[in-house]
Design a protein around this ligand. Structure first.
Ligand SMILES: [Mg+2]
Length: 166
């Protein structure tokens, strides 16, 4: 097999996790309760079913690019997230997460991280299921695709937009 990256530097294929690879629907009820149960919501991510379409996209992307994850999940869930990825036979990193104390909407956090990654790498593709994220990253000039195989939850949308929590 020939070296797919003869110049030694692959372009990055950037994957969101929740709603792209992980089916979050079973744990949204934690955010619908009042008060919202954020820790329970994140801890239940261990049980997320794999979204086969996202996994298929990732394996295809791996043939030509270096896959990295860009997720709104907080840093404190790094171990859980890596274990979940490994359990489903996916690469466990690089994994770019939200700092634990960063409550900004996901679109701003992700834009910052993407700009930082682009200093040393070409961004080949970005896949995210949040229309607000896709709109901001597209406006910033990145090749973004909206993942549509899991309808983006209005509960999660509210959490991301108004509370900056996922
Ligand atoms: Mg998502």
């Amino acid at each position: 097999m020939t070296d797919p990256h003869p110049d030694g530097q692959a372009a990055l294929a950037v994957f969101d996790i929740d709603g792209v690879l992980a089916d979050v629907r079973h744990r949204l009820h934690y955010l619908q309760s009042r008060p919202q149960r954020w820790d329970a919501f994140f801890l239940a991510a261990e049980q997320d079913p794999l979204l086969e379409e996202g996994a298929r996209r990732l394996r295809t992307a791996q043939e030509r690019h270096d896959v990295v994850y860009l997720t709104g999940r907080p840093e404190r869930n790094r171990g859980l997230t890596r274990a979940w990825l490994a359990h489903h036979g996916l690469p466990t990193g690089p994994l770019h997460m939200r700092p634990d104390d960063d409550r900004r909407p996901a679109r701003w956090v992700k834009r910052n991280t993407l700009r930082r990654l682009a200093r040393n790498s070409t961004i080949a593709s970005v896949l995210d299921d949040d229309p607000a994220v896709v709109a901001v990253l597209t406006a910033d000039g990145w090749p973004v695709e909206l993942a549509t195989w899991l309808p983006h939850s209005s509960t999660l949308q509210s959490a991301q937009e108004q509370q900056g929590r996922t």
